[in-house]
Design a protein around this ligand. Structure first.
Ligand code: ADP
Ligand code: ASP
Ligand code: MG
Length: 409
């Protein structure tokens, strides 16, 4: 019998009725002759509630205790789901990350899975049980509870699927699949039948939170057959898979946006070798991820350097660059949180020209100013003013006619 891993997100288990519905789906897969492993998120909104509770106690809660607290959300949902499956007359067992042996590194709130011990899962499956695992959590080599980052139950599911060599991993959520853009933002967004791992990786990294980035990374690495589908309706959903001929003909697969961005500008830097190295080394040493970078040389031998980072890292970034102000010799530092990144993604870009100019023209016609640009083989990103985000996404989506079925054919 083949193993399938199913993951249910927070909205899919948000109340007792929804948990009962999920139990019905799981038992159907079990009756169909599959060995079923289920990964569950915390009940919708409960992780946020726990964070708010922690913030009522402390402005900066100790990282270890925050992970200890947040991991409880998933413990509630797995237990309730196991009860619901039992109620339907099937055997089920819920297990925490610690009980399964999901071993991670020690980075609280953003830990990475190092290994998974499958013995317990196999033994429970062999006894005819549905195995229900807590997503989003693990245990470090020092025996501390860790969490894997917001939205990371997806990553638990794919890591478990890879480790069990499962036939497939199905991500059940509150939309029918992966769309050309967030269907909550763009009414005309269209569901995709398939998307490549690489495109989905870019989409997830550039703001489409329908899948956690690391889950796509792992699915690609271990070639896990992955699909995204609705936990409320029947239907095929979207398959995330490796590139094939038909997919290459599709020029653009999606448009994303990310408002969690900040721009930092260092004004009047000496235009000499080693200055950029000094700045970005200091930021890398503090584990701050830098995204886009532009430098304008001025005529008086100085330069202005602008770069973007996640908004949550802004204060730390300002602190670090201020510490090396004297050493590097810039005059001022400016910050701007009122920005967003809008991106167009598609593997067809590799072989088509004029994609960037079409996106820039669409923004220009709508009088949306582009502050920064970055490109890769399969994506173009523009930094714009934050309050123009929805408009920009819609305009680019329309420009590439993504809402129409055979727009790319
Ligand atoms: P879950 O709780 O099931 O993990 P998430 O809220 O993390 O669900 O992800 C599903 C949401 O992702 C959808 O409700 C949708 O608003 C959003 N989303 C963003 N971009 C896309 C996209 N391109 N396709 C589908 N959904 C998207
Ligand atoms: N409960 C966690 C969160 O809200 C993990 C997840 O839902 O994937 O981020
Ligand atoms: Mg999610």
């Amino acid at each position: 019998m083949g193993i399938i891993v199913q993951k249910y997100g927070g909205t899919s288990v948000a109340d007792s009725q929804k948990i009962k519905n999920v139990a019905k789906r799981i038992t159907q897969s079990h009756k169909d002759g599959n060995l079923v492993v289920v990964v569950v998120s915390a009940m919708g909104g409960s992780t946020d509630q726990l964070i708010n509770l922690a913030l009522e106690i402390s402005e900066k809660p100790p990282e270890r205790e925050l992970d200890m607290l947040l991991s409880t959300g998933e413990q509630v949902s797995i237990a309730l789901l196991a009860m619901a499956v039992s109620e339907l007359g099937f055997q089920a067992i819920s297990l925490t990350g610690n009980q399964v042996g999901i071993i991670t590194d020690g980075f609280y709130s953003n830990a990475r899975i190092k290994s998974i011990n499958n013995d317990r899962i196999h033994s429970e499956l062999n006894q005819g049980k549905v195995v229900i695992l807590a997503g989003f959590q693990g245990i470090s080599i020092d025996d501390e509870i860790t969490t894997l980052g917001r939205g990371a139950s997806d990553t638990t599911a794919v890591a478990v699927a890879a480790s069990l060599n499962a036939d497939r991993c199905e991500i059940y959520t509150d939309v029918d699949g992966i769309y050309t853009s967030d269907p909550r933002m763009v009414e005309s967004a269209r569901k995709l039948d398939q998307i490549t791992y690489d495109e989905m990786l870019e989409m997830a990294g550039l703001g489409a939170k329908v899948l956690h980035s690391r889950c796509v990374e792992l699915a690609k690495k271990f070639q896990v057959p992955l699909s995204v589908r609705s936990s409320f309706h029947e239907g095929e959903g979207t398959i995330v898979t490796k590139e094939n001929k038909i997919m290459e003909e599709v020029v653009i697969s999606g448009v994303t946006s990310d408002k969690d961005q900040a721009k930092i500008s260092l004004i009047g830097l000496p235009d000499t070798p080693g200055v950029a190295a000094e700045i970005f080394q200091a930021l890398a040493d503090a584990s701050i991820n830098i995204d886009m970078i532009i430098q304008n040389a001025s005529q008086d031998g100085t330069a202005d350097l602008s770069f973007t980072t996640a908004e949550k890292d802004l204060d730390k970034t300002i602190e670090i660059v201020s510490e090396i102000k004297e050493k590097t010799g810039f005059n001022n530092v400016n910050k701007d949180c009122n920005i967003a990144k809008v991106s167009v993604i598609g593997i067809g870009m590799k072989s088509h020209v004029g994609i960037a100019s079409k996106a820039f023209r669409a923004l220009a016609d709508a009088e949306i100013n582009i502050q920064m640009i970055s490109t890769s083989e399969i994506k173009i990103s523009c930094v714009i003013q934050e309050d123009q985000t929805e408009n920009a996404v819609q305009i680019i989506h329309d420009a590439f006619e993504l809402g129409q079925i055979d727009s790319n054919a």
